[in-house]
Design a protein around this ligand. Structure first.
Ligand code: NDP
Length: 339
């Protein structure tokens, strides 16, 4: 009997918030690997905020997702058939297989598949703490913010895949770490489980004065580094309490991903405080990935780096889970479990 591959395609481009109608679930037969090819069965898919940007047409730091094609994205799984000497049936791999149950990896794309060791690190962690989000946190910390022991750093979306890793890595460098997260449950997790020094529930602060006041109390010595994940009022509040020569790593601005404008009220403070403000994309520095993965992998294996996952079940749940991610319904790394 022919095995079928369920896939989710981009059916149309969203105007504002994505809806279920932007996605289409289809089934196609799973092909047999030809010479040099590998067939991977996906166990987990990664859902990431950057996918929202790829649903738009137009210039960005990454090519737009083509209409009618399988939604792209990170995946982990197991080799189920191979005609490539580098991969054997049973190998666990991480790749960019996208929103589908199987990926037939062509000979020219095999280099994008990496074999991973699941002896001490769970397979799904290669999509989170020991994968792209972890490396993102590591790069922003070590390449841009570079805190000295005793300095205060702040991170938004602190309970998430990137933010959680950032704060824990910063603690290992002796920094004082303050997070911002949405809701008391996420904040309690950030301080009690992840070991941050403080966490501000930004949803309790509806205006700049209130949020700025909360940051001032949580950072009595001012802010030396900020890892920006959300944009908007949070950035302004951080600018108001930044110290001279503070560093801001602009990693993401999720509050604007559906096209919302993100005004900035106090850019003059960049000059006044001689701030370094640098945007970065984790794939620009592939040379740094091995060192980052080394540190992240050993911290996860030894239990020093903690993380949380929200796991949607089955491919058909991916669009809803993705839409939830953009609204903060996830708690930690958002995954879709297929096997
Ligand atoms: P998360 O696991 O942190 O999930 C996203 C979180 O963003 C939500 O849980 C929610 O947390 C928060 N959020 C959503 N909407 C808003 C809003 N309007 N205002 C404030 N917070 C909001 O995702 P990731 O860890 O995967 O990604 C975090 C950031 O890092 C994103 O901006 C992403 O685009 C960026 N990124 C950038 C990379 C790069 O190379 N530059 C690479 C990877 C990620 P809460 O409930 O706390 O509000």
């Amino acid at each position: 009997m022919t095995t079928m591959n369920q896939q989710i395609l981009l059916a149309s481009r969203p105007a504002g918030e994505p809806t279920a109608s932007n996605f289409r679930l289809v089934q196609t037969p799973v092909g047999e690997p030809a010479d040099g090819e590998v067939l991977v069965r996906h166990h987990y898919l990664s859902l990431d905020p950057y996918m929202r940007g790829r649903m738009n047409e137009g210039k960005s730091y990454i090519e737009p997702q083509a209409l009618g094609e399988v939604m792209g994205g990170g995946s982990v799984g197991e080799v189920v058939a191979s005609r490539n000497a580098g991969f054997a049936v049973g190998d666990k791999v991480v790749g960019m297989g996208g929103w589908q149950e199987y990926q037939l990896v062509g000979a020219s794309q095999v280099a994008t598949l990496q074999k991973v060791d699941t002896t001490h690190i769970p397979l799904a962690a290669y999509l989170g703490a020991v994968g792209m989000p972890g490396v993102t946190a590591w790069q922003g910390l070590t390449q841009i913010i570079a805190p000295k022991a005793g300095e205060t750093v702040v991170v938004s979306a602190a309970s998430g895949a990137v933010g959680g890793a950032f704060g824990q890595l910063a603690k290992t460098r002796g920094a004082r770490v303050v997070g911002l997260a949405g809701g008391p449950e996420k904040c309690a997790y950030v301080t009690r489980e992840l070991g941050f020094d403080a966490c501000i529930d930004y949803k309790l602060h509806k205006d700049l004065e209130s949020l700025g006041g909360a940051l001032k109390s949580a950072c009595p010595g001012g802010i030396d580094g900020y890892f920006e994940n959300v944009g908007g009022m949070t950035l302004d509040a951080v600018l108001l309490h930044s110290n001279t020569f503070a560093r801001i790593a602009v990693c993401g601005m999720i509050s604007g991903y559906n096209g919302e404008p993100i005004p900035m009220l106090h850019p003059t403070l960049i000059l006044v405080n001689r701030l370094k403000l640098q945007g970065f994309i984790v794939t620009d520095r592939l040379d740094l990935w091995p060192a980052a993965l080394q540190e992240l992998g050993s911290m996860v294996a030894s239990g020093k780096l903690k993380y949380r996952e929200t796991v949607a079940q089955g491919l058909a749940s991916a669009p809803e889970a993705f839409m939830g991610l953009l609204k903060g319904r996830n708690f930690g790394k958002q995954l879709v479990k297929l096997v």
